[in-house]
Design a binder for this molecule. Structure first.
Ligand SMILES: [Ca+2]
Ligand SMILES: [Ca+2]
Ligand SMILES: [Ca+2]
Ligand SMILES: [Ca+2]
Length: 569
């Protein structure tokens, strides 16, 4: 839709549908009228410039976009670093640790080198995790203030780091004033913000738990649990309120985008509780809205489904979504020292998504940590990192993954304090008691212990991320399979306009010497080669008539758990 037309329609919707009373809006938030005015483009030429972003379709998506150059780092603020000694991590703590993530100086490589941060929920919430929001316009006071967030944005941007925030659209906290009003008064203007039934419809949620919860005024729908009532996006007033939230975080707070929680569950169709046509349709309007505010805004969706279902969100609803199948494939290939899992996954995702428009990761805050999944095998953790950071897509690390932070369910145990050092509470806080105890192995496994060890997992991550930053083909290039018989060896090409890289990963604990690579067709011309990850000398291929190679052996021996990145011309 044309941006101007869209905004005019939007102002009509907002004007008509907003409830008559808005007692929950904090004083700092501008009125709806002012918000619409702010978002309205001024000169006609600007409208024309912005139009393509609003009409993008998966087919039309050109890319690459800024996020294709990024490596993101997922932070659970409560557990990252406590700046004021109350035992709870906070935004100022994140600021204090920014130099660890990226010091902003391209000449230094002793930082991790990430260029994006995903902050797990930071809005006011009664829970430790924050996925049940009570006020979308204020930073949780345990984490700091809105001013702290603005300072974090400034400090991050100075270092070349963009910051996206977790946005929970599907539900609020049952303590949100909207829900309290809706539950206590059937005539409340917020009653229709939620989903009600006089009788218990009885059916369960996708995980077999209760989805309809009793209250004094009827049953309400909450797919996750009773403390998280689902919002009713069939009500345009809900959409209008959330558009104001989105505008607030993008314009007033300067966020670079959003990670969208549970987004496949947005709108139900009776018992169909995920990936409904109505959810896709709502997200098309959402996409037009946030691109209209700033076309550079990125969204990454949590669509915990198979690739075939995830793909349907990309390009006109979300910019990216997490590739859960690929995540599992990377861990399996590392664990079983067999490339077939990730080879199959990469064949599928590169065929199905617009080029590199998907988010890759090993694990997140809802899953057993990668190091635990890999039975604390540091070599396997290095291989998983190599797959993640040389492969196609936009990589996300979960905090601590780079040092081999362990943890299994329950959830609190995969979200424990970051292990900075062997000091008490892992150097996370000066308080005697942290909000939760760190993992027991923190005296051995911590940042300080790995920072100066060139063989550590942390050093491996740093080198991989800096190599990715130095080589466009790893970030924006396409992916092409390179044929090799030995399943312990994963070989593939990353190719961009200006660069061709051959990635070789020996997933096994034995050196590989009896192998040869073939690429029936390729982009090569002169047949020169240099290795850019370890600096080891390599043989050049003989380029065949189709720009590929046959029987190529770049190194006589590939070291056990070795990663090589060979630049070809
Ligand atoms: Ca604190
Ligand atoms: Ca640096
Ligand atoms: Ca709180
Ligand atoms: Ca829902």
């Amino acid at each position: 839709m044309h941006r101007l037309t869209y905004l005019l329609l939007l102002s009509l919707v907002v004007g008509c549908a907003a409830p008559s009373v808005t007692p929950m809006r904090p004083p700092a938030t501008p009125t709806l009228t002012a918000a619409v005015e702010t978002a309205t483009p001024t000169p006609t030429t600007e409208v024309e410039t912005a139009t393509p972003a609003n009409t993008a379709t998966p087919q039309a998506m050109a890319g690459p976009f800024w996020w294709n150059d990024a490596v993101f780092y997922e932070i659970f603020v409560r557990s990252f670093y406590d700046s004021d000694g109350d035992g709870i991590g906070d935004l100022n703590g994140v600021i204090e640790k920014l130099d660890y993530l990226n010091d902003g100086d391209p000449a230094t490589t002793d930082d991790l080198g990430v260029t994006g941060i995903w902050l797990m929920p930071i809005m006011q919430s009664p829970s430790y995790h924050g996925y049940d929001v009570v006020d979308y316009f204020t930073v949780d006071d345990e984490y700091g203030t809105n001013e702290d967030f603005l300072r974090l944005m400034e400090e991050a941007h100075q270092r070349g780091i963009r910051v996206i925030v977790d946005l929970v659209l599907n539900h609020t906290s049952s303590q949100h004033p909207w829900f309290v009003s809706a539950r206590d008064d059937v005539n409340s203007p917020y009653r229709d913000f939620y989903i009600w039934s006089e009788e218990d419809p009885g059916y369960k949620g996708p995980w077999g738990a209760r989805a309809w919860h009793p209250s004094s005024t009827g049953y309400y729908y909450g797919i996750f649990w009773e403390g998280m009532p689902d919002l009713n996006y069939n009500n345009p007033a809900v959409t209008a309120e959330m558009q104001e939230v989105i505008r607030f975080w993008l314009e007033d707070m300067g966020a670079d985008g959003f990670r969208l929680d549970a987004v496949k569950h947005l709108i139900e169709d009776g018992r169909i509780q995920e990936n409904t046509p109505a959810t896709h349709e709502w997200l098309r309007g959402f996409y037009a809205f946030y691109k209209g505010i700033n076309p550079d805004t990125v969204t990454v969706g949590e669509v915990w489904s198979s690739t075939a279902a995830v793909v349907k969100y990309i390009g006109d609803q979300l910019d990216l979504a997490f590739e859960f199948d690929t995540a599992q494939a990377m861990l399996r290939s590392a664990k079983f020292e067999n490339r077939d899992y990730i080879l199959d996954a990469h064949r599928l995702v590169t065929a199905r998504y617009p080029r590199n428009q998907f988010a890759t990761f090993l694990t997140n805050h809802d899953q057993e940590r990668a190091m635990s999944e890999l039975r604390e095998n540091a070599n396997h953790a290095k291989m998983a990192a190599s797959l993640l950071l040389t492969g196609p897509g936009v990589p996300f690390l979960y905090y601590g993954e780079e040092i081999g932070h362990v943890g299994g369910k329950p959830d609190e145990n995969i979200r424990t304090p970051m292990q900075w050092s062997d000091e008490d509470n892992a150097g996370f806080t000066s308080a005697t008691i942290a909000w939760r105890a760190p993992q027991r192995n923190y005296r051995e496994v911590n940042v300080a212990a790995q920072a100066d060890d060139p063989d550590s997992l942390l050093s491996h991550y740093r080198r991989l991320i800096h190599t990715r930053s130095d080589h466009a083909a790893l970030r924006v290039g396409d992916w092409r399979e390179v044929e090799v018989e030995d399943k312990r060896l994963y070989a593939f090409l990353r190719h961009s306009d200006n660069e061709t890289l051959l990635v070789l990963i020996n997933l096994s604990g034995e050196p590989i010497s009896d192998y040869s690579l073939s690429l029936p067709e390729g982009p090569l011309s002169e047949g020169s080669a240099s290795e850019v990850f370890t600096g080891v000398p390599v043989n050049a291929p003989t380029v065949n008539a189709n720009g590929g190679f046959d029987g190529y052996v770049p190194l006589a021996e590939l070291a056990a758990y070795g990663t090589y990145i060979v630049q070809l011309k």
